[in-house]
Design a protein around this ligand. Structure first.
Ligand code: HEC
Ligand code: HEC
Length: 214
């Protein structure tokens, strides 16, 4: 999906801003899935040697050989797979593989050979722990629900559009730093930039303004 990012600053039409927000949300979702599974890495890279046992590679399915390797733990095996050892090239010969992908591939081969390891979760691409909706309910709604101190209200398009005209990135940066009655990161220091961004998209995308608290 191509995003109208470069154009964002000059466009003021609502549909475009909406498209942009949806687009950015989908890009984030995509980024979290870019790392391949152990099976994918093994099938495309490692199988070249580990499928047949070429050059003395421990063959996938050889329980005895892999049980011995597995007893050394994932950390030790990953270190050798990352750096290479004897006939085993660094990164299995594919320098674009991330550490997590290598670890997943090792885990997959161990499990194909009688092991029971859990596939490691990614460390490079951390999934946002909290959704925009959760963050807004937890924190931002304290001010953005009723418009405390002039905060643009959740779902109030006419209040958000003029701010988003400068582009989402500018508004995210502004929320990171805070200004006026808006505290830095909305007063939640542990929010990641991505979480802050989802919260803003959520507040903007809500199409109804919640009733003011009595
Ligand atoms: C060009 C052939 C080749 C490819 C491709 C290859 N390996 Fe290997 N691998 C070997 C050989 C040969 C050994 C045995 C090295 C030795 O102990 O002498 C080995 C050993 C290993 C070991 C055991 C290391 C140790 O500490 O003893 C692991 C783990 C491993 N490979 C993981 C992988 C992963 C993961 C991939 C794919 C990303 C991969 N290999 C791709 C040839 C290959
Ligand atoms: C203590 C009250 C308060 C809390 C909590 C709060 N905000 Fe705000 N926010 C404001 C006020 C007031 C403004 C308007 C500031 C101004 O433009 O002077 C504002 C403005 C903003 C803006 C517009 C910034 C701009 O440059 O136009 C964004 C985006 C924003 N808040 C996001 C958030 C998010 C996300 C959260 C929750 C993580 C949050 N806020 C929590 C009070 C708050």
């Amino acid at each position: 999906m191509r995003c109208p990012l470069a154009a964002a600053r000059t466009y003021t039409a609502l549909p475009l801003i909406l498209a942009m927000a949806a687009c950015i949300a989908s890009q984030q979702a995509a980024a979290q899935n870019t790392e391949r599974s152990g099976k994918e890495v093994v099938d495309s890279v490692c199988v070249a040697c580990h499928g047949t046992g070429a050059h003395g590679a421990p063959k996938i399915g050889n329980k005895k050989a892999w049980a011995k390797l597995a007893s050394r733990g994932l950390t030790g095996l990953s270190k050798n797979a990352l750096n290479g050892i004897r006939q085993m090239p660094p990164h299995g010969g594919n320098p674009t593989l991330t550490d997590t992908e290598i670890e997943r591939a090792i885990t997959y081969m161990v499990n194909q050979s009688g092991g029971h390891w859990n596939e490691p979760v990614s460390r490079t691409v951390k999934a946002p722990e909290r959704s925009g909706e959760q963050i807004v309910q937890m924190q931002c709604s304290k001010c953005h629900r009723d418009g405390v101190g002039g905060a643009p209200r959740i779902g109030d398009r006419s209040a958000w559009i003029p701010r988003l005209k400068q582009g989402l990135d500018v508004v995210v940066r502004s929320a990171i730093n805070g200004h006026g009655g808006m505290p830095a990161r909305g007063g939640m220091a542990n929010l990641t930039d991505a979480e802050l961004r989802s919260a803003i998209i959520y507040m903007f995308n809500r199409d109804t303004v919640p009733p003011k608290a009595p």
